[in-house]
Design a protein around this ligand. Structure first.
Ligand SMILES: [Zn+2]
Length: 365
């Protein structure tokens, strides 16, 4: 059945969410019980590099629950043929649950397989670098790592299993990326609601998701620095737990039913600048939030400046690229971003020149 929410209807508001979000230290050891609630056999799509971290615990827990497991390590390209490739690797096996474990790409590869085969989905983030684990959308890239397409599952994941002990061992720079991806969600939801904005459900934003995005922001302003200091240590703290909930759960609910705006639209054009395409999504979004505030004519909030400085998030395009910026770079970014639909989720219509002027002013400041 095609998703009936594929045409924008401004009389609708829609709120989507995972069926269950479970966060805790060592919670991965209980995944078998969750899987048994929704199916009888599973395939694990896991980033090949993190597979050794999760395989034993996951396998034991599923075995105890009587859930047979097939493992498909994931590596490399996430493109239009990824789902077919993974499906072919399954051969005649017919698992009814996909467990997708890893960072952004392995999670999205698992979503693509679940989408193709119509399977249940459990996401297991192993790094808090973005909010993809809670959402229904997934992203495909071309051979040059340029964003090709955003696709949508019929539903959000059945379970999101967030083991904070595992996440606390992931690199600190990836945690900073997760902060960047989450901090923008309040401003983006506000801008979407203020204009005639459209959410990921092709509907008007819900008030609830705006409130969630605002709580996400407050939680990170309060706990972000302390949480960042714990990241990479392998030992989660209370501030770390709070930040993870904000970065994965609140940020995901905030954007999906609240709408995106300039910071995420800019990620389409930013890879035009040499060196930027290889930077994590969250670092690109973090810079996009600086542009967003500039376009609104607002000073960048001092609490955000402190958090950016502490965690190494970029306050300028030069800092994001790690090299000086040429004027033609700004034009290329603006031209490649302006037609992205999220750009319309703003209190006023934006032009290419508006974007260039805002970016230039930031570099000059
Ligand atoms: Zn994002």
């Amino acid at each position: 059945m095609p998703d009936p929410l594929t045409i924008f209807d401004d009389r609708l508001t829609v709120f989507g969410a995972p069926s269950r979000y479970v966060q805790g230290r060592g919670i991965l050891g209980r995944i078998g019980g969750f899987a048994a609630q929704i199916g009888t056999s599973a395939v694990l799509v896991a980033d090949i590099h993190i597979l050794p971290l999760v395989e034993t615990g996951l396998r034991q827990s599923l075995e105890t629950a009587g859930i047979p497991l097939i493992i498909l390590p994931f590596q490399g390209q996430l493109g239009p043929h990824t789902a077919q490739r993974l499906s072919a690797a399954l051969g005649n096996a017919t698992p009814d649950i996909v467990i997708a474990a890893g960072g952004g790409r392995a999670i999205d590869a698992g979503k693509a397989l679940a989408d193709l085969r119509g399977l249940k989905l459990i996401t297991v983030p192993t790094v808090a670098s973005n909010d993809a684990p809670t959402s229904k959308n997934y992203v495909l890239y071309d051979e040059n790592d340029r964003l090709l397409e955003v696709r949508h599952l019929a539903r959000n994941p059945d379970f999101v299993v967030v083991d904070t002990a595992l996440l606390a061992g992931a690199p600190q720079s990836m945690f900073a990326a997760g902060l960047g991806d989450a901090l923008s969600k309040k401003a983006e939801a506000l801008a979407c609601a203020a204009g005639r904005g459209v959410t990921m459900f092709r509907a008007r934003p819900t008030r609830l998701s705006g409130a969630i995005a605002a709580l996400c922001y407050e939680t990170l302003i309060t706990n972000g620095i302390e949480a960042y200091d714990a990241a990479g240590s392998g030992v989660p703290t209370e501030a770390f737990d709070a930040a993870v909930e904000a970065m994965i759960l609140m940020a995901g609910l905030g954007f999906e039913s609240g709408g995106l705006s300039v910071p995420h639209a800019l990620t389409r054009g930013l890879p035009q600048v040499p060196g930027v395409g290889a930077k994590p999504h969250g670092f690109q979004v973090a810079y996009g939030l600086v542009v967003h505030h500039r376009l609104l004519g607002e000073a960048f909030p001092p609490a955000l400046v402190d958090l950016y400085r502490h965690t190494g998030l970029p306050l300028t395009l030069g800092a994001l690229a790690g090299a000086p910026i040429e004027p033609h770079h700004l034009v290329a970014v603006a031209q490649a971003s302006i037609a992205v639909p999220h750009m319309l989720n703003f209190p006023r219509p934006l032009t290419t020149q508006d974007l260039v002027d805002a970016m230039r002013a930031i570099e000059a400041a």
